[in-house]
Design a binder for this molecule. Sequence first.
Ligand SMILES: O=C(O)CCC(=O)C(=O)O
Length: 285
Amino acid sequence: MTSSALITEAEREQFRKLDTPYPVDPTAIASLQQKGHAVVRGLASADEIAVYRPAIETAVLKYAERAAPLSERDTYGKAFLQVPNLWTRNPTIKDFVYSPRFAKVAADLLGVSGVRLYHDQALYKEPGGGHTPWHQDQNYWPLDTDETVTMWMPLVDIPAEVGSMTFANGSHLHGDLGPWIIGDESEAAFADLVARKGYETETHGAMRAGDATFHKGWTLHRAPANNSSLLRSVMTIIWYADGTNVGPVDSPARNFDHQVWLDGKEPGTPADGPINPRLWPPAEI
Ligand SMILES: O=C(O)CCC(=O)C(=O)O
Protein backbone atom coordinates (compact mmCIF):
# COMPACT_ATOMS: atom_id res chain seq x y z
CA MET A 1 0.00 0.00 0.00
CA THR A 2 1.74 3.13 -1.17
CA SER A 3 -0.82 5.67 -2.32
CA SER A 4 -2.17 8.05 0.31
CA ALA A 5 -5.49 8.08 -1.54
CA LEU A 6 -5.88 4.38 -0.72
CA ILE A 7 -5.39 4.70 3.04
CA THR A 8 -8.37 3.32 4.96
CA GLU A 9 -9.49 4.72 8.32
CA ALA A 10 -8.07 1.62 10.08
CA GLU A 11 -4.70 2.09 8.41
CA ARG A 12 -4.78 5.79 9.19
CA GLU A 13 -5.23 4.88 12.87
CA GLN A 14 -2.37 2.37 12.65
CA PHE A 15 0.03 4.90 11.14
CA ARG A 16 -1.14 7.65 13.42
CA LYS A 17 0.72 6.78 16.54
CA LEU A 18 4.31 6.80 15.28
CA ASP A 19 5.16 4.74 18.34
CA THR A 20 6.98 1.72 16.93
CA PRO A 21 10.65 1.89 17.91
CA TYR A 22 13.44 2.89 15.53
CA PRO A 23 16.80 1.40 16.50
CA VAL A 24 19.38 4.16 16.13
CA ASP A 25 22.60 3.19 14.40
CA PRO A 26 25.67 3.81 16.63
CA THR A 27 27.29 5.71 13.73
CA ALA A 28 24.44 8.24 13.87
CA ILE A 29 25.01 8.71 17.62
CA ALA A 30 28.75 9.20 17.04
CA SER A 31 28.02 11.65 14.22
CA LEU A 32 25.70 13.77 16.38
CA GLN A 33 28.15 13.79 19.27
CA GLN A 34 31.30 14.47 17.23
CA LYS A 35 30.11 16.47 14.23
CA GLY A 36 26.95 17.99 15.75
CA HIS A 37 24.58 16.47 13.20
CA ALA A 38 23.38 13.10 11.91
CA VAL A 39 21.11 11.72 9.23
CA VAL A 40 18.49 9.08 10.08
CA ARG A 41 17.00 7.57 6.94
CA GLY A 42 13.47 6.15 6.86
CA LEU A 43 12.51 7.39 10.32
CA ALA A 44 8.91 7.69 9.09
CA SER A 45 7.49 5.67 6.21
CA ALA A 46 5.88 7.16 3.11
CA ASP A 47 2.53 5.88 4.39
CA GLU A 48 3.00 7.61 7.74
CA ILE A 49 3.99 10.87 6.07
CA ALA A 50 0.88 10.60 3.89
CA VAL A 51 -1.23 10.73 7.07
CA TYR A 52 0.37 13.91 8.44
CA ARG A 53 1.46 15.98 5.47
CA PRO A 54 -2.05 17.19 4.50
CA ALA A 55 -2.72 18.57 8.01
CA ILE A 56 0.67 20.31 8.19
CA GLU A 57 0.40 21.63 4.63
CA THR A 58 -3.09 23.05 5.23
CA ALA A 59 -1.88 24.91 8.33
CA VAL A 60 1.16 26.32 6.51
CA LEU A 61 -0.75 27.38 3.41
CA LYS A 62 -3.35 29.13 5.60
CA TYR A 63 -0.50 31.06 7.21
CA ALA A 64 1.00 31.75 3.76
CA GLU A 65 -2.13 33.66 2.75
CA ARG A 66 -1.01 36.40 5.14
CA ALA A 67 2.65 36.39 4.03
CA ALA A 68 4.02 39.26 1.93
CA PRO A 69 5.18 38.42 -1.62
CA LEU A 70 8.71 36.95 -1.63
CA SER A 71 10.13 40.07 -3.34
CA GLU A 72 9.03 42.24 -0.39
CA ARG A 73 10.61 40.12 2.35
CA ASP A 74 14.06 40.41 3.93
CA THR A 75 16.63 37.61 3.74
CA TYR A 76 15.21 35.76 6.74
CA GLY A 77 11.64 36.13 5.42
CA LYS A 78 12.65 34.81 1.99
CA ALA A 79 14.24 31.70 3.54
CA PHE A 80 10.99 29.97 4.46
CA LEU A 81 7.42 30.17 5.66
CA GLN A 82 7.91 29.49 9.38
CA VAL A 83 4.86 28.30 11.31
CA PRO A 84 5.50 27.29 14.93
CA ASN A 85 3.73 25.18 17.52
CA LEU A 86 1.28 23.55 15.15
CA TRP A 87 0.65 20.79 17.72
CA THR A 88 -1.35 23.18 19.86
CA ARG A 89 -3.76 23.87 16.99
CA ASN A 90 -4.40 20.50 15.39
CA PRO A 91 -4.81 17.02 16.98
CA THR A 92 -3.34 15.19 13.98
CA ILE A 93 -0.21 17.33 14.09
CA LYS A 94 -0.08 16.77 17.85
CA ASP A 95 0.21 13.02 17.20
CA PHE A 96 3.18 13.72 14.90
CA VAL A 97 4.96 16.06 17.32
CA TYR A 98 4.28 13.82 20.34
CA SER A 99 5.64 10.75 18.50
CA PRO A 100 7.41 8.47 21.04
CA ARG A 101 9.53 7.12 18.16
CA PHE A 102 10.93 10.53 17.27
CA ALA A 103 11.44 11.56 20.91
CA LYS A 104 13.26 8.30 21.74
CA VAL A 105 15.58 8.77 18.74
CA ALA A 106 16.31 12.31 19.97
CA ALA A 107 17.11 10.99 23.47
CA ASP A 108 19.31 8.19 22.08
CA LEU A 109 21.25 10.59 19.87
CA LEU A 110 21.79 13.01 22.75
CA GLY A 111 22.63 10.13 25.10
CA VAL A 112 20.10 11.24 27.72
CA SER A 113 17.34 9.27 29.45
CA GLY A 114 14.50 11.69 28.68
CA VAL A 115 13.56 14.69 26.55
CA ARG A 116 11.02 17.51 26.69
CA LEU A 117 9.46 19.37 23.81
CA TYR A 118 10.75 22.88 23.20
CA HIS A 119 8.60 23.54 20.15
CA ASP A 120 7.79 22.40 16.65
CA GLN A 121 7.86 24.46 13.50
CA ALA A 122 7.07 23.91 9.84
CA LEU A 123 9.74 25.40 7.55
CA TYR A 124 8.48 25.54 3.97
CA LYS A 125 10.95 26.96 1.48
CA GLU A 126 8.92 28.23 -1.45
CA PRO A 127 9.95 27.94 -5.10
CA GLY A 128 12.29 30.91 -5.55
CA GLY A 129 12.86 31.08 -1.77
CA GLY A 130 16.27 32.38 -0.66
CA HIS A 131 19.10 30.70 1.23
CA THR A 132 18.86 30.13 4.96
CA PRO A 133 21.77 32.13 6.42
CA TRP A 134 24.40 30.51 8.65
CA HIS A 135 23.24 30.59 12.27
CA GLN A 136 23.25 28.82 15.63
CA ASP A 137 19.81 27.97 17.03
CA GLN A 138 20.76 28.09 20.66
CA ASN A 139 21.36 31.84 20.52
CA TYR A 140 17.58 32.01 20.72
CA TRP A 141 17.04 29.50 23.50
CA PRO A 142 17.23 30.40 27.21
CA LEU A 143 18.01 26.82 28.21
CA ASP A 144 20.68 25.89 30.72
CA THR A 145 22.03 22.88 28.80
CA ASP A 146 23.91 21.98 25.64
CA GLU A 147 21.74 18.87 25.28
CA THR A 148 19.31 20.25 22.72
CA VAL A 149 18.49 18.82 19.31
CA THR A 150 16.34 19.59 16.27
CA MET A 151 14.81 17.00 13.97
CA TRP A 152 14.40 18.34 10.40
CA MET A 153 12.13 16.05 8.38
CA PRO A 154 11.11 16.62 4.74
CA LEU A 155 7.49 15.70 4.02
CA VAL A 156 8.27 15.43 0.28
CA ASP A 157 11.23 13.89 -1.52
CA ILE A 158 13.92 16.57 -1.81
CA PRO A 159 16.19 16.19 -4.84
CA ALA A 160 19.84 17.21 -4.66
CA GLU A 161 19.18 20.40 -6.62
CA VAL A 162 16.88 21.64 -3.81
CA GLY A 163 19.17 20.28 -1.12
CA SER A 164 19.05 19.86 2.63
CA MET A 165 21.06 21.73 5.26
CA THR A 166 24.83 22.20 5.38
CA PHE A 167 26.54 21.84 8.76
CA ALA A 168 29.92 23.01 10.08
CA ASN A 169 31.37 19.82 11.59
CA GLY A 170 32.33 20.11 15.25
CA SER A 171 31.16 23.71 15.59
CA HIS A 172 28.79 22.70 18.42
CA LEU A 173 31.80 21.79 20.57
CA HIS A 174 32.69 25.49 20.84
CA GLY A 175 29.29 26.65 22.14
CA ASP A 176 28.30 30.22 21.48
CA LEU A 177 30.32 31.42 18.46
CA GLY A 178 28.90 34.94 18.27
CA PRO A 179 25.85 37.07 18.94
CA TRP A 180 24.39 37.02 15.42
CA ILE A 181 20.82 35.96 14.97
CA ILE A 182 19.76 34.73 11.56
CA GLY A 183 20.12 37.23 8.71
CA ASP A 184 22.64 38.86 6.37
CA GLU A 185 25.02 39.64 9.24
CA SER A 186 25.02 36.06 10.55
CA GLU A 187 25.62 34.72 7.02
CA ALA A 188 28.64 36.98 6.50
CA ALA A 189 30.11 36.63 10.01
CA PHE A 190 29.71 32.86 10.27
CA ALA A 191 30.88 32.21 6.67
CA ASP A 192 34.02 34.11 7.60
CA LEU A 193 34.36 32.16 10.85
CA VAL A 194 33.88 28.79 9.10
CA ALA A 195 36.67 29.74 6.66
CA ARG A 196 39.00 31.12 9.35
CA LYS A 197 38.57 28.17 11.73
CA GLY A 198 38.72 25.69 8.85
CA TYR A 199 35.53 23.86 9.81
CA GLU A 200 34.72 21.06 7.37
CA THR A 201 31.22 21.48 6.01
CA GLU A 202 28.89 18.62 5.24
CA THR A 203 25.41 18.12 3.79
CA HIS A 204 23.28 14.98 3.69
CA GLY A 205 22.09 16.04 0.22
CA ALA A 206 18.95 14.60 -1.31
CA MET A 207 16.42 13.23 1.17
CA ARG A 208 13.27 11.14 0.95
CA ALA A 209 10.06 12.11 2.71
CA GLY A 210 10.37 10.65 6.22
CA ASP A 211 14.20 10.77 6.33
CA ALA A 212 15.46 13.21 8.94
CA THR A 213 18.54 15.12 9.95
CA PHE A 214 19.21 15.92 13.60
CA HIS A 215 21.49 18.76 14.73
CA LYS A 216 22.52 20.11 18.10
CA GLY A 217 21.54 23.59 19.28
CA TRP A 218 25.04 25.03 18.88
CA THR A 219 25.81 23.44 15.48
CA LEU A 220 26.38 26.09 12.81
CA HIS A 221 24.16 25.42 9.81
CA ARG A 222 22.66 26.96 6.68
CA ALA A 223 20.57 25.81 3.70
CA PRO A 224 20.68 26.65 -0.01
CA ALA A 225 18.14 28.74 -1.92
CA ASN A 226 15.32 26.89 -3.63
CA ASN A 227 15.76 27.50 -7.35
CA SER A 228 13.34 24.72 -8.28
CA SER A 229 9.55 24.73 -8.70
CA LEU A 230 9.13 22.36 -5.72
CA LEU A 231 7.69 23.55 -2.41
CA ARG A 232 10.32 22.28 0.08
CA SER A 233 7.96 21.04 2.80
CA VAL A 234 9.79 20.39 6.07
CA MET A 235 8.59 19.80 9.62
CA THR A 236 10.89 20.26 12.58
CA ILE A 237 10.71 19.31 16.26
CA ILE A 238 13.08 20.60 18.95
CA TRP A 239 13.70 18.79 22.25
CA TYR A 240 15.98 19.30 25.23
CA ALA A 241 17.15 16.96 27.97
CA ASP A 242 14.58 16.41 30.71
CA GLY A 243 15.81 18.03 33.93
CA THR A 244 17.04 21.18 32.16
CA ASN A 245 16.58 24.51 33.90
CA VAL A 246 15.59 27.80 32.31
CA GLY A 247 18.82 29.60 31.38
CA PRO A 248 19.82 33.26 31.18
CA VAL A 249 17.44 35.58 29.38
CA ASP A 250 20.17 37.83 28.07
CA SER A 251 19.08 39.03 24.61
CA PRO A 252 15.89 40.22 22.88
CA ALA A 253 15.72 36.91 20.96
CA ARG A 254 15.94 34.91 24.19
CA ASN A 255 13.43 37.20 25.86
CA PHE A 256 10.93 36.37 23.10
CA ASP A 257 11.53 32.63 23.40
CA HIS A 258 11.36 32.81 27.19
CA GLN A 259 7.89 34.32 27.09
CA VAL A 260 6.52 32.29 24.20
CA TRP A 261 8.02 28.82 24.67
CA LEU A 262 8.97 28.59 28.36
CA ASP A 263 5.94 30.21 29.97
CA GLY A 264 8.17 33.01 31.31
CA LYS A 265 9.46 30.66 34.05
CA GLU A 266 12.14 32.02 36.36
CA PRO A 267 15.76 31.38 35.20
CA GLY A 268 17.29 28.64 37.35
CA THR A 269 13.98 26.80 37.78
CA PRO A 270 12.99 23.64 35.84
CA ALA A 271 12.02 24.20 32.19
CA ASP A 272 8.85 22.18 32.58
CA GLY A 273 6.08 24.59 31.62
CA PRO A 274 2.68 23.57 30.24
CA ILE A 275 3.82 23.53 26.60
CA ASN A 276 7.06 21.66 27.39
CA PRO A 277 5.76 18.13 28.03
CA ARG A 278 8.18 15.28 28.60
CA LEU A 279 7.84 13.21 25.43
CA TRP A 280 10.38 10.51 26.28
CA PRO A 281 9.80 8.45 28.28
CA PRO A 282 6.08 8.96 27.65
CA ALA A 283 3.97 9.64 30.74
CA GLU A 284 2.67 6.06 31.06
CA ILE A 285 6.14 4.41 31.05
O1 LIG B 1 14.96 24.73 6.85
C1 LIG B 1 15.91 25.50 6.75
O2 LIG B 1 16.19 26.05 5.68
C2 LIG B 1 16.77 25.76 7.94
C3 LIG B 1 16.29 25.07 9.16
C4 LIG B 1 17.00 25.42 10.41
O3 LIG B 1 17.80 26.31 10.45
C5 LIG B 1 16.71 24.65 11.62
O4 LIG B 1 15.85 23.76 11.61
O5 LIG B 1 17.36 24.91 12.65
